[in-house]
Design a protein around this ligand. Structure first.
Ligand code: F6P
Length: 550
């Protein structure tokens, strides 16, 4: 089926031109590029809302950027973006619109899907979430025994977990510290067991977050949580209503589980799981930080949406970041992309981006179903600085791989930190700046020799440099800034999918494992034999059964 009608990426003259340009650029160093242009540090930078994005330490020239923008024009990035904002069904394999941007559109906006303006529905749910969050925060909502809720447990996985869990950590200083929040995702019973440890069922609210409400991990954990609750309260089914709410698109399944649909906060099939955290899926976060801060977060998202929609190509940050990734994947054979936040609060940020990026762009056929012959989504990885510096940065500095990296940092620590700890911030940020400097410019053999290093150690102490980095600097990690950062990456991923001509909004690749797990489970429990399994899986499952005494 030819749905995009596009010329193959690798046959476009713009792609070939980039390949030729890459050859001409081979051997050019960042030292040379900075020497040739004394203003490069400020000239290769963009401001978007509260974010300053310095891309000067990338292996690009003005010509590279021009050629990349020509590629974006030739691959119809702007057209696809506009189609997304118009509510067209750009997720072709699932025949769905892709409208996470509607989740943060202002009340008066009009965005239509199948002729219906979806924005009023978004705000209706947000208003219900506001009211519910306030009831929990003020203690007005009580559990089955009349006690106020003190603990909130979000049960979900993937997009129904990573966003709220990440943002809860990111915005901790804005959270109500009197309430306890836990996030359960893994079907490993240990996850729920540890999350419930020390919690009083009478004061615990479960938020079951699942777009489909069929995800085996979530339904299994929710069923176990319900048993824990009812056992703990020594109560019947009627206790569920005060202790369980659902976030879903599937009212039927929610009701079948026993949750009153009056306690369901809906969203819609035009919200992809990994793009859902600013929908009802954010309820746990809203309870934690309060409705006002949640709205600030949405405004941050919206600010970057508008930037992406309207900024000209040469000043469009998601376009630029997306194209840089296309450049490194396509012409440097970069396999991965590191995201290195210099903020302890962003400890889950990269894990969140892994789903966003890798589930979106981990594809190997085009939207027309043709195999690609170019790199698509990179492996996204990273942990907060400075921890990584004492673990894997060695490989980035002196290993054999090209690893483009984003460094994210903040000028100010959050006001809550006591003076002594706030004082450590300069040291943190000195490391932040030093790393991108070292990665870009390295240390030549002559510089090493000039320090009196013995000749046999010179090769070991030489840093080749030219490791590309982008620095994203903001004043402070506020709800709005977090929204801006996430929207920046959402649209970056969009740009890359558009250039690579893949459907960034389906995730068929997760299905096979689910089907096979369903087939294997009865083998483990002894319900069926190993017939039909490959010899490795048959032997492994037989060993498992022996170890379990079955
Ligand atoms: O892993 C596949 C996936 O569908 C993700 O895209 C999604 O975020 C996750 O599972 C959870 O799905 P649901 O919200 O329907 O439980």
């Amino acid at each position: 089926m030819n749905t995009s009608g596009r010329t193959r990426l690798d046959r476009l003259p713009e792609w070939t031109a980039l390949g030729d340009h890459r050859e001409r650029l081979r051997g050019t160093t960042l030292r040379e590029l900075f020497a040739a242009d004394p203003d490069r540090g400020s000239g290769y930078g963009l401001r978007v809302g509260d974010l300053w994005i310095d891309y000067s330490k990338n292996l690009v020239t003005g010509e590279t950027l021009g050629l990349l923008r020509e590629l974006a024009a030739a691959t119809g990035v702007a057209g696809l973006r506009d189609a997304m904002f118009r509510g067209e069904k750009i997720n072709t394999t699932e025949d769905r619109a892709v409208l996470h941007v509607a989740l943060r559109a202002p009340r008066g906006a009009v965005i239509e899907v199948d002729g219906e303006n979806v924005v009023p529905g978004v705000h209706r749910v947000l208003d219900r979430m506001d009211a519910f969050a306030e009831k929990i925060r003020t203690g007005e909502w009580t559990g089955h025994t009349g006690r106020p809720i003190r603990n909130v447990v979000n049960i979900g996985i993937g997009g129904s977990d990573l966003g709220p869990a990440m943002a809860y950590e990111a915005l901790r200083p804005f959270t109500d510290r009197e309430l306890t929040f836990r996030f359960v995702s893994n079907v490993d019973g240990a996850d729920l067991y540890e999350a419930l440890h020390g919690l009083d069922p009478a004061e615990t609210l479960f938020i079951v977050a699942s777009k489909t409400f069929t995800t085996i991990e979530t339904v299994t954990n929710a069923t176990s949580a319900r048993e824990w609750l009812l056992d703990g309260l020594n109560a019947g089914q009627d206790a569920v209503a005060r202790h369980f709410v659902a976030l879903s698109t599937n009212a039927e399944k929610v009701a079948a589980f026993g949750i009153d649909t009056a306690n369901m906060f809906e969203f819609w099939d035009w919200v992809g799981g990994r793009y859902s955290f600013d929908s009802a899926i954010g309820l746990s976060l809203m309870i934690a930080i309060g409705p006002e801060h949640f709205r600030e977060l949405l405004n941050g998202f919206h600010l970057v949406d508008e930037h992406f929609r309207t900024a000209p190509p040469e000043a469009n940050a998601p376009l630029l970041l997306g194209l840089l990734g296309v450049w490194y994947g396509g012409f440097f054979d970069a396999q991965s992309h590191a995201v290195l936040p210099y903020s302890h609060y962003l400890s889950r940020f990269t894990a969140y981006l892994q789903q966003l990026d890798m589930e979106s762009n981990g594809k190997s056929v085009t939207r027309d179903g043709e195999p690609v012959s170019w790199q698509t989504g990179p492996v996204v990885w990273g942990t907060p600085g400075t921890n990584g510096q004492h673990a894997y940065y060695q490989l980035i500095h002196q290993g054999t791989k090209v690893i483009p990296a984003d460094f994210i940092g903040f000028a100010r620590p959050l006001p809550e930190l006591p003076p002594r700890l706030a004082g450590q911030h300069d040291l943190l940020m000195a490391n932040f700046f030093a790393q991108t400097q070292a990665l870009a410019f390295g240390r030549t053999a002559d510089e090493v020799r000039a320090e009196g290093v013995p000749e046999e150690l010179v090769p070991h102490k030489t840093f080749r440099g030219d490791h590309p980095t982008t620095t994203i600097l903001a004043d402070e990690l506020t709800p709005s800034v977090l929204g801006q950062l996430i929207a920046l990456y959402e649209h970056k991923v969009f740009v890359q999918g558009a250039v690579w001509n893949i459907d960034s909004f389906d995730q068929w690749g997760v299905e096979l494992g689910k089907v096979l797990a369903r087939r294997i489970e009865p083998v483990l429990t002894g319900g069926t034999g190993t017939e039909g399994l490959d010899s490795s899986t048959a032997a492994l499952t037989a060993a498992y059964r022996t170890l379990r005494g079955r």
